[in-house]
Design a binder for this molecule. Structure first.
Ligand code: CAA
Length: 376
């Protein structure tokens, strides 16, 4: 796909920023587990935290293709930074897709002031089976009262506002699910356990607890029972960007492997001169390029007004995740003993890559949706 010039300019700008401001520091934050607030602040200064924010609210209002390129370049630097910036966009999608003008204004005004939002879908007993959630929303006059626990929430402890899915009646299954805007400062909200993760360690992942949280009915997104559809659509919009994150990790792993293979001398010559290794590098490049084209294609379909792109979005996400894991593993192999050591960046890329096959719907769930489309 030929990328429009203004998106290429965005890529160049973000790549320079990532090379200078993210890559030199990410390894140390990964080791210590300290929150990389200075790196977040620099991203916010660059306006990278709320890419979908409309221009009317001071945001860049990026297209889905531009967002995919942004996420790819941030993930090339560090997946935790990319997820922290991207999670606000994910959380914003239910409001953009199903919210009223007033709700969108409420949402973007909070994001403009507090910088981060979070998407509260997953629960301890409702991961792949999202419709099995137990968080309840009981109507009480002009309000709803929310009770429940959400887990693995990206930006859970940073967000100024949440998009939350809850059930108004568990006996209705997915037809009881309803989406809400919930401001962080409402009484009864607390942040639970912060996760200590294998990779993606520069992102904040927490539980978010709702204990009799009262919200006005005007914060309900769409009708009662309309939540599942809006959340499924949200994931369709979001998954090409997750595929692009996988491309960013794979691209970086390929760059590191090529650099090393040209420098490392064994048997009297650079290991890059051996055909077995060249074939590995070529296969890695094939993974990167095919995953990249799929992520861009799915994003571009959305920008061109496609109404059903679930199939392409799931393929883009799956391709990106599988490419990231395969290319990062191969990069570790090419660096050999050094690749296994924390001193070199590829072991971090290998740990980071794994999340792309897991979050925003496991790659098994993507494959089951893809197969469902084929067999319909
Ligand atoms: N668009 C619109 N509607 C959709 C839809 C879509 N893509 N997919 C399903 N629906 C509708 C169906 O048409 C159906 O509607 P009707 O009742 O009117 O017929 C309804 O939703 C139920 O559909 P299913 O029977 O297919 O639903 P299901 O319960 O079997 O679940 C699923 C489907 C695909 C497995 C879904 O639960 C799913 O995507 N699970 C994965 C959850 C997930 O991705 N979690 C990620 C958490 S967020 C995260 O990870 C973010 C982060 O940290 C950064």
């Amino acid at each position: 796909m030929i990328i429009p010039e203004e998106i290429q300019e965005l890529r160049t700008m973000v790549r320079q920023f990532v090379d200078k401001e993210i890559i030199p520091y990410a390894g140390e934050y990964d080791r210590t587990g300290e929150m990389p607030t200075p790196l977040y602040d620099k991203c916010i200064e660059m306006g990278l935290n709320a890419a979908y924010m409309p221009e009317a609210f001071g945001g860049p209002e990026l297209s889905k293709l531009a967002f995919a390129v942004l996420q790819e370049e941030l993930a090339r630097g560090d997946i935790g930074i990319s997820t922290t910036m991207g999670a606000t966009c994910l959380a914003s999608l239910p409001v953009m897709l199903g919210g009223t003008k007033e709700q969108q204004a409420l949402w973007w005004n909070i994001v403009a002031e507090k910088h981060y939002a979070a998407f509260c879908l997953t629960e301890p007993n409702a991961g792949s089976d999202a419709a099995a959630m137990r968080t309840t929303a009981h109507r009480d006059g002009d309000d709803y009262i929310l009770n429940g626990t959400k887990c693995f929430i990206s930006n859970g402890g940073l967000a100024g506002v949440y998009s939350v899915l809850a059930t108004v009646d568990r006996s209705l299954g997915h037809k009881g699910l309803t989406a809400f805007i919930v401001e962080r400062d409402r009484p009864g909200i607390s942040i639970g356990k912060e996760e200590d993760k294998m990779g993606m360690r520069l992102s904040n992942t927490t539980e978010v607890l709702f204990d009799n949280v009262r919200i006005p009915a005007s914060n309900r997104i769409g009708p009662e029972g309309g939540g599942f559809k809006v959340i499924m659509q949200t994931l369709d919009y979001s998954r090409p960007g997750v595929g692009a994150q996988g491309v960013g990790i794979a691209q970086r792993a390929l760059e590191e492997a090529v650099k090393y293979a040209k420098q490392r001398v064994q048997f009297g010559k650079p290991i890059a001169s051996f055909q077995g290794l060249q074939f590995m590098l070529a296969d890695m490049a094939i993974e990167v390029e095919t995953a990249r084209q799929m992520a861009y294609h799915a994003a571009d379909l959305i920008d061109h007004g496609a109404t059903d792109f679930t199939y392409e979005a799931c393929i883009a996400k799956t391709r990106g995740g599988d490419a990231a894991v395969k290319v990062a593993l191969d990069a570790v192999q090419i660096l050999g003993g050094y690749g296994y050591m924390r001193e070199y960046p590829v072991e971090k890329l290998m740990r980071d890559a794994k999340i792309i096959q897991i979050y925003e719907g496991t790659n098994q769930i993507q494959r089951s949706v893809i197969a469902g489309k084929l067999l319909k």
